[in-house]
Design a protein around this ligand. Sequence first.
Ligand code: SF4
Ligand code: SF4
Length: 405
Amino acid sequence: MANGSSLFPIYGEGLIPASLGTTPRITSLLIKPASAVCNLDCAYCFYLDREADPYKSLPGRRMSEETLERLVDTFLFYSYPNSVFAFQGGEPTLAGLPFFEKLVKFQKQYGRDGQNVSNALQTNGMLLDDSWCQLFKEYNWLIGLSLDGPEDIHDAYRFNKAGRGSWKRVMQSLSTLQKHKVDFNILCVLSQANVHRPREIYQFFKGLGVDNIQYIPLSEFDEQGNPLPFTVSAEEYGRFMVETFDLWWPDRRKIRIRFFDNIAEALAGQKPGSCTMHETCDSYVVVEYNGDIYPCDFFVSSEWRLGNLHVDSWTEIARKQRRYAFAKNKTIPHPECQVCEYQAICHGGCPKSRHAMHRNFADLDHFCQAYKMIFRKSVGPLKKEVEKILGREVEPIQFYSISPY
Ligand code: SF4
Ligand code: SF4
């Protein structure tokens, strides 16, 4: 299983020996209380009926109260003083509002003085109503709402099992979030339905009063490495983001776009919010409904299972050799990255997009050309902007994790 340079060639089932130094901490959890189960049937969904999903044929995929309590108790202890819980799916709201009320109850019960606890949830918006939004508002949750643009674009791929579009219900949820002044952002998946319409998409979100947007390009391929019909090419994604940058620039102090934010964070010397710009893949772990742990949401497969929270402590999970092996995939050198002027910001992109086409982590990221177009367009102006805010000159710096890869 060893890949790339062999500074750290010990991969297997066990733990990293303590003599090899400090373990990179798990800084946040991505929790799937309903596993990959969803109440929509989006045509482009990566999670639905995935061959490698270890749970796909199992009935009753919901996190139990016992697993939830153990998760909260042990992780609050491990992560003190800053504990970050993010919920995703499938569709996490299928776990029901009482599940999340219990979560908050356990967080209050097991949290210690001085502990900062933050919660986030990514949803398709099918179930949100006043009760959900009251909980989100009361405890300052950050909500991600999936919305791909105006009705014809959104409903091209995002429909329910009866084939009915979901746009109207999402727009209702958006109004309810706004009515309760819940902090939320829009997750807009870029597909062949919208990648050629950047102006329309941006104006649509701006017109709704949205001030935080995340664009995620689709990169799914068949077994032979051919792009699936909705997949966007690097050039299409690059063009979309370059045009979006021009549209967004006059609004930059009012509207956040995640990719541009992350570049500014890197330029300012902070660790970017997105794992794709980290040096290694070891900032978070995924918790499945039954307590199983994985290193990344795109790699929930038995090959990468790290353990289970009913059996392993968080310290043991953090020291799993498999976690190191996975984290190191991002550092496999590619000749193009080694001479790239943006390497200190990009760090070779995302192993999911390196692996997607030929199932090979050593490949170049499918979106490399797009990243270069985006960096070329945005790094100069963003650098000037960051310097203006900080009152000093800045250079992108390397972010080495404390891991020994
Ligand atoms: S594979 Fe990509 S999404 Fe997964 S942890 Fe690494 S950078 Fe993040
Ligand atoms: S922009 Fe491309 S070549 Fe440069 S570091 Fe990123 S993936 Fe590598």
